[in-house]
Ligand binder design. Structure first.
Ligand code: 3PG
Length: 306
């Protein structure tokens, strides 16, 4: 089978080597499309592919229409909002993710971002410490749980809200369960977002929620830019000069935010939460193994469009 690795933001070379070894070792052919300039490059490259490994690359209906031999798409990572699941299902294409494989990298970045903001973006201004502060975690999945563990080790008090988990499960993950957004936002010096971008979450982090945060609080977003109501965030930062926002997924109004709020806002130049060799290896190799397994045995354990 022909497996296309299409990564606008490439995996580390060591990960690509490992992915190749697994796929070629199982008799598959590998084609690499990295740092491509236009979506049409992906559409073209997918035309004769039987399988696709992607990161945040966009698998739209156009890509699927142009790829009649495609059987499986594996998103090497957690979020699959970049894949048109309905179109994939209509084409009989199995879509999988590789949950947990890049979580540690994202969690480390979330913690680093808290310290970076506490220390006023590493400028000489007097900063603060995160020890003793309260961290609220919105969605206690693979990344959220790891953020909690690391934050606790640094002396933070950790609370978490997750409507899909019981109090026992949250306690087992080392956090204090919280049962409403009001309670979570109202009691968190740092609020770390780990929700996916879904119709129900897009734009959900709005002015009302953000301004519930206590004096001096910081909102940390390593999740998705779409979950933020950007106008609401801007107004919240305007009305509350004590609040800060740090993100790995730059908002569309970043230039305005930076101009108005200076060191109170920071966005990475390019989403980099999962950009470590370790995460690339873990997620890339898992994706390759899932493809080999799918073609060999039909295993659909990580399918997300069932
Ligand atoms: C994910 O959903 O796995 C993360 O957001 C990482 O995305 P990336 O592979 O584009 O870095």
């Amino acid at each position: 089978m022909k497996v296309l690795i299409a990564t606008q933001k490439p995996f580390a070379a060591v990960a690509v080597k490992g992915v190749r070894e697994i796929l070629e070792g199982a008799g598959h052919e590998v084609v690499l499309l990295e740092k491509y300039a236009a979506q049409s490059d992906l559409v073209q490259a997918a035309a004769d592919a039987n399988a696709l490994i992607i990161r945040s690359d966009k698998v739209t209906a156009e890509v699927l229409d142009a790829a009649p031999r495609l059987k499986i798409v594996v998103r090497a990572g957690a979020g699959f909002d970049n894949v048109d699941l309905a179109a994939a299902t209509a084409h009989g294409v199995v879509v999988m993710n590789t949950p947990g494989q890049n979580s540690n990298a994202v969690a480390e970045l979330a913690v680093a971002m808290m310290i970076f903001m506490a220390r006023t973006q590493f400028t000489p201004a007097t900063g603060s410490e995160i020890q003793g502060k309260i961290l609220g975690i919105q969605a206690f999945g693979n990344v959220g749980r790891l953020v909690g563990v690391k934050a606790k080790a640094l002396g933070m008090k950790v609370k978490a809200l997750d409507p899909f988990l019981s109090d026992e499960q949250i306690l087992a993950g080392g956090a204090e369960p919280v049962h409403s957004l009001d309670e979570l936002y109202g009691g968190s010096d740092y609020l770390s977002l780990h929700i996916p971008a879904l119709p129900s979450t897009v734009g959900s982090i709005n002015y009302e929620l953000i301004t519930k945060m206590p004096k001096g609080a910081t909102l940390v977003n390593t999740a998705r830019k779409e979950v933020i109501d950007e106008a609401g965030l801007e107004k919240a930062l305007e009305d509350r000069p004590d609040l800060k926002y740090v993100t790995d997924v730059a908002p569309d109004n970043l230039a305005a935010l930076q101009e108005k709020f200076g060191l109170r806002v920071f966005a990475t130049p390019k989403k980099m939460g999962a950009q470590t060799s370790e995460a690339n290896i873990n997620a890339g190799l898992a994706a390759a193994r899932q493809i080999v397994d799918y073609f060999a045995t039909g295993n659909t354990r990580f399918q997300v469009n069932k």
